[in-house]
Design a protein around this ligand. Structure first.
Ligand code: UD1
Length: 346
């Protein structure tokens, strides 16, 4: 039996993707340093996936920092001995705060880039050449009209984005060094929000979040008094920033189809946007959240945030054509499911 190694598998997108993998019948090994997530999610994933007790060995967890090449190597060897060879990797493990990345660039280059290099070395040494990498729309930086195709020039404006684009570059060079060997998918996420529809797993960042959706949840649960809206004079429909919010389950589903595509086709490297192709403004997001959850989200307009773009929306036609993937869930479902996850923890 083959194993899918999931780095960062206890994090937000990682945990939802692990659930999908288990539901699809895969054997998975999750590694995570747990610097920004908790191991507790494992039992929830097992329960939700409804795997029978005797199949418990389909999911394994090890606390491991991807920069620890020795430990990674031992993990690959151990799985081989157990007759559960690691044949593909879904690589989520990374630090992801934009503001922190500009404050502590070395930490970000080390964890994200050195960590990925260490993982790639170990994969090479252990004859594993299939990789799905968590990339981000943030690598596009400023664009003319905010509608982004995979061919849009890459020009990240913060350290976090630069680490992601550098990894894509490394993966491109690696692929071209042995084009008949590697199968690689760089999945460029837009703004994943929401939670599993059961409300049992969701986004659970340590500390104060910077992203809008977890902040809306905090306002809704009265942990903070109001939402600060960064700017109201952008060149957008209502002056507030427009983003392509996508349900985390649709993003996870994107990994399933990418893995299937890579394993069934010739070695290749692909870059694919995972977004809905629909733009939602901050005011629209607040209003939809209020409506579907019957809540009030107080807000105040404040100065624009440095480095924010007016609009960032995916052209997702490549994902539709190549992977036969299209997002299914609405922005209403994202708001409902995200809030359900919070309500379950009251
Ligand atoms: C941010 C990151 C991006 C990262 C992405 C997903 C920045 C500059 N960009 O993107 O690199 O890939 O998260 O993790 O941080 N907003 C408010 N008030 C808030 C927070 C956000 O008005 O308190 C607005 C923003 O101005 C923006 C929208 O909400 O218009 C979405 O913001 P956010 O959730 O932080 O995502 P991005 O800015 O798209």
């Amino acid at each position: 039996m083959n194993t899918v190694l999931v780095t960062g598998g206890t994090g937000f997108i990682g945990s939802h993707t692990c659930l999908c993998l288990l539901e699809m019948g895969f054997y998975i090994l999750i590694i995570d340093s747990n610097v920004n997530s908790s191991k507790k999610v494992l039992n929830k994933i097992k329960k939700l996936s409804k795997i029978p007790k005797e199949d418990d060995n389909r999911v394994d967890f090890l606390k491991c920092d991807i920069r620890n090449e020795d430990l990674l190597n031992r993990i690959f060897k151990k799985k081989l001995e157990e007759n559960k060879k690691i044949t593909s990797v879904i690589h989520f493990a990374a630090l992801k705060s934009v503001s922190e990345s500009d404050q502590f660039p070395l930490k970000y280059w080390d964890t994200n880039v050195s960590g990925t290099i260490s993982l790639l070395k170990v994969m090479t040494a252990n004859d594993c050449h299939t990789l799905i990498f968590s990339s981000s729309a943030t690598i596009y930086g400023y664009s003319k009209d905010g509608f982004l195709k995979e061919s849009t020039p890459i020009s990240p404006i913060n350290t976090y984005g630069k680490t992601k684009s550098t990894i894509e570059q490394i993966l491109n060079e690696l692929f071209h060094s042995q084009p008949n060997l590697w199968r690689i998918a760089n999945l460029r996420y837009f703004n994943p929000i929401g939670a599993h529809p059961s409300g049992f797993i969701g986004e659970d960042p340590f500390g104060m979040p910077n992203n809008i959706f977890p902040l809306i949840i905090k306002v809704a649960s009265r942990e903070i008094d109001y939402l600060k809206i960064f700017g109201n004079d952008y060149d957008t429909k209502d002056g507030t920033g427009v983003r392509d919010y996508i349900h985390v389950m649709d993003v996870s589903e994107g990994h399933m189809v990418a893995l299937d595509f890579l394993t069934k086709n010739e070695p290749q490297i692909i870059q694919v946007n995972l977004g809905t192709g629909k733009g939602t403004s901050v005011l629209e997001l607040i209003s939809i959240f209020e409506k579907v959850n019957n809540l009030k989200i107080p807000y105040k307009f404040v100065e624009k945030r440095k480095g924010d773009v007016a609009k960032c929306v995916a052209d997702n036609s490549l994902a539709q054509k190549l992977l036969k993937w299209s997002p299914k869930k609405t922005i209403e479902e994202m708001c409902q499911d995200g809030w359900k996850w919070k309500e379950k923890r009251f």
